[in-house]
Design a protein around this ligand. Structure first.
Ligand SMILES: Nc1ncnc2c1ncn2[C@@H]1O[C@H](COP(=O)(O)OP(=O)(O)OP(=O)(O)O)[C@@H](O)[C@H]1O
Length: 458
């Protein structure tokens, strides 16, 4: 059972006083004199928390920590008479949550243990929110806590990370968080959406080009690799990268150097790559669309972002945050969801994930008359298949409203009618009766609308 505190110290007296103090605090404790007996005990169980000395005969406490990192044991507190930066840093690097300098105050030691136990994520009890500063990644669901933990753990390393997840799940935000939490944070974060750039331009986009490298290349231009020097390069939609460029990228990642397009100067680069994809990269490897060796280079650590429907408990938190931010950005009075509206928001489907929820909140911030958002303000949930044009309409409306334009509703209706009528007439070779029947309106309605549309247009 994982409810014991394990104390490892070769000094019996230290073990004894600490164990007694913890027992007095109502905790159950097991004592170990060296790392070897701990290894033995780990075959049968695991501790809720481990307090370990550093220097001991045989394997040191840090060696032990290194071995334990990959296993699901509770938090670890390191105690040592050595308080130099190298030892303490090594302890934290190895995953320690606290460091007690010997001789330590017993009350402090007990408090540290209690704090670590309270902070430790538990399988069935929600752990306290993990706050990542400055990049506003929100979420309290178990799935997102796991993502935050992973970010915290790998950010400081230079390992390449592959972020997977559906569109709008926050892949770019994770990449930024990884950058901001790393030693590279004072250097640039550069993002490139591989799918958004025509493949013939992608190479020079990534690696830059010399003047005269191709028609239209009037001067030397630095690519994203050079721009990101010392920092992080975020390659979005990596699954869409053309094969030829995958080969080139692989060479650069393997060798750490590249030539600009049309260039002769070898440029060394020090860039951490965070790649993202909404596709199943493993399947693309199998089907020959993605290089296995490149995948291995990028997929060193994988952070899989859950879809919003897999963490519904996060919706309310996110919605309230987005509503407040939208009101602030649009310089509107503060707005909040009524209880019923928040419930309705939490029950909707979001095929576009967090981005879609964010857009919904922006929209209601603008449209709702009062400062309290009611269920009626939410409108109909957009059908997935129509998401694209209602999104465009929404953007248009938000802009028009923000600009205080007149007759927004009638102009939108007129545009809607015109598009529908024109499409129906085109589909029915200008035959009004057929077009009206196809649209589900009467012939007279159609004629009237056509007239109105003509007059306004004219
Ligand atoms: N956990 C989160 N907390 C707060 N905001 C979030 C969170 N996840 C996503 N967002 C917001 O949702 C929007 C979409 O996020 P982002 O662009 O990172 O998604 P993505 O997965 O990279 O999308 P795509 O695959 O379409 O590029 C952004 O405005 C982002 O700020």
């Amino acid at each position: 059972m994982a409810d014991d505190i394990w104390i490892i110290d070769d000094d019996r007296s230290v073990r004894f006083v600490l164990a007694e103090a913890l027992r007095d605090a109502g905790l159950s404790v097991r004592e170990f004199g060296d790392a070897a007996t701990v290894r033995e005990a780990l075959r049968k169980g695991r501790p809720a928390l481990l307090v370990t000395d550093v220097r001991m005969p045989g394997a040191s406490g840090l060696d032990l920590l290194g071995e334990l990192q990959a296993r699901e044991i509770g938090p670890v507190i390191v105690m040592s008479a050595y308080t130099d930066v190298a030892t303490t840093a090594a302890a934290y690097r190895a995953g320690a949550v606290d460091y007690l300098a010997k001789p330590f105050d017993l009350d402090q030691a007990v408090a540290s243990v209690q704090r670590a136990l309270a902070d430790a994520p538990q399988a069935d009890a929600p752990a306290p929110a993990v706050a990542l500063p400055s990049h506003a990644l929100l979420g309290e669901s178990a799935a997102m806590r796991e993502v935050f933990r992973l970010i915290g753990r790998v950010a400081a390393s230079d390992l390449n990370v592959l972020v997977t997840g559906e569109t709008g799940t926050g892949k770019e935000l994770v990449a930024r968080a990884l950058h901001e939490e790393s030693a590279r944070s004072s250097k640039p974060f550069v993002a490139l959406n591989t799918a958004a750039i025509p493949s013939e331009l992608l190479e020079s986009e990534l690696f830059g080009h010399e003047a005269g490298a191709f028609t239209g290349a009037a001067r030397r231009v630095a690519g994203r690799f050079e721009q990101a020097e010392g920092g992080t390069l975020f390659l979005d939609e990596i699954g869409d990268m053309p094969l030829a460029l995958q080969t080139r990228l692989l060479r650069v990642l393997a060798g750490g150097e590249f030539y600009r397009v049309g260039g002769r100067e070898l440029i060394r680069c020090n860039v951490r790559i965070v790649a993202a994809t909404h596709q199943d990269l493993d399947a693309r490897v199998v089907s020959g669309q993605f290089r296995a060796d490149l995948k291995h280079r990028l997929d060193v650590v994988r952070i899989a972002l859950p879809a919003l429907r897999e963490r519904r408990s996060d919706i309310a938190v996110l919605a309230q945050h987005f509503l407040a931010t939208a009101a602030q950005e649009l310089k509107l009075p503060p707005k909040r969801f009524s209880k019923a509206a928040l419930k309705a928001v939490a029950q909707r489907d979001y095929p576009g994930n967090v981005r879609e929820l964010e857009n919904l909140c922006r929209r209601v911030a603008v449209i709702a008359a009062g400062n309290e958002i009611l269920p009626a303000d939410l409108g109909q949930a957009p059908a997935t298949a129509h998401g694209d044009w209602t999104d465009a309409l929404r953007d248009w409306a938000s802009r028009a409203l923000a600009d205080d334009e007149a007759d927004i509703h009638s102009r939108a209706r007129e545009a809607l009618d015109r598009v529908l009528l024109e499409a129906a007439l085109a589909a029915h070779q200008g035959h009004r009766q057929h077009a009206a029947a196809a649209l589900g309106v009467g012939r007279n309605t159609l004629t009237r609308k056509l007239g109105a549309s003509r007059t306004r247009k004219g």
